[in-house]
Design a protein around this ligand. Structure first.
Ligand SMILES: Nc1ncnc2c1ncn2[C@@H]1O[C@H](COP(=O)(O)OP(=O)(O)OP(=O)(O)O)[C@@H](O)[C@H]1O
Ligand SMILES: [Mg+2]
Length: 258
């Protein structure tokens, strides 16, 4: 087992031009006395995918939750698409184009596939836009279309994950935060998840991919951030995030995982 290295290291590639889509400054989240995220700085440019890696309890989901307005920031500032969104409600943040796909599917099990999609499309103002968005999402996933009247609870794990992605697609989000989407899925379904995320990326979405295991995420994302006990210990180009680097910071289990 390799000893984890503490301390911040920034491996910078060429600085992209234009305005960042996301800028996080000094972000801290505490749950009671426990600090889950400490003094985090991060800049993400449009169209760039970022893999966030870390062991259990490192603060990955907390980062996703605070960015999407589900937990309050104890300190710090979050700017998204030119606006200061710190303290905004989850609904308002989603409407602004930041969509969080939570761990463990994030679908409503007792609702049908179509009802799940309608709810997700609910942030769109016009009824006709909402209907079109649900239709579009179903067209992308023929296997969901075939089960559109079924309760989400009746879908397989992989199909529920597809539904979660389809929900995100209804609103053409600017930033998608996908939290361990491949967890517990068969390899074939993991392929489907990554292919769908790739399509969203091609369509211009910026993606933050949260994973406990490195390889797949790193081949998908251009940038990588390593989280360690709530602290951003390394951030840079995915190509520079070799197994040795990741093992040095996070240990062998993250570096060699699928
Ligand atoms: N609602 C909560 N109340 C109190 N502590 C929490 C809460 N949610 C998370 N924590 C703690 O905050 C820390 C970070 O948790 P978080 O869920 O962000 O980690 P993670 O990196 O997503 O882990 P995993 O890989 O297991 O999903 C952990 O120590 C966790 O126990
Ligand atoms: Mg998590």
């Amino acid at each position: 087992m390799t000893t984890a290295t503490v301390g911040k290291h920034v491996e910078q590639g060429p600085e992209p031009t234009g305005e960042p889509l996301l800028r996080v400054e000094g972000l801290t989240v505490r749950y009671g006395l426990a600090t889950a995220l400490r003094d985090l700085d991060l800049v993400l440019y449009p169209g760039v995918a970022l893999a966030v890696l870390g062991v259990n309890g490192a603060g990955k989901s907390t980062l996703a939750r605070v960015l999407s307005g589900l937990v309050p920031a104890t300190a710090g500032k979050i700017s998204f698409d030119g606006q200061d969104i710190t303290g905004w409600s989850a609904h308002r943040i989603r409407k602004a184009g930041l969509v969080y796909l939570p761990e463990g599917r994030g679908v409503f099990p007792s609702l049908t596939v179509t009802e799940n999609l309608r709810l997700a499309a609910g942030v769109l103002r016009n009824r006709s836009d909402r209907v079109a968005a649900v239709g579009r999402a179903l067209d992308i996933f023929p296997s969901l279309k075939a089960r559109s009247g079924n309760q989400a609870a009746m879908l397989s794990g992989g199909e529920q994950q597809m539904l979660s992605l389809a929900r995100a697609l209804t609103t053409s989000p600017k930033l998608i935060i996908a939290d361990e989407m491949s967890l517990g899925l068969a390899p074939k379904m993991v392929d489907v998840v990554f292919e769908t995320l790739e399509t969203m990326k091609q369509n211009g979405a910026t993606i933050i991919l949260i994973e406990q295991f490195a390889n797949r995420a790193l081949s998908f994302a251009e940038q990588c951030a390593l989280l360690q006990r709530g602290h951003l210990s390394w951030h840079g180009d995915s190509k520079a995030a070799t197994n040795e680097v990741i093992a040095g910071y996070l240990g062998d289990s993250v570096a060699t995982g699928v």
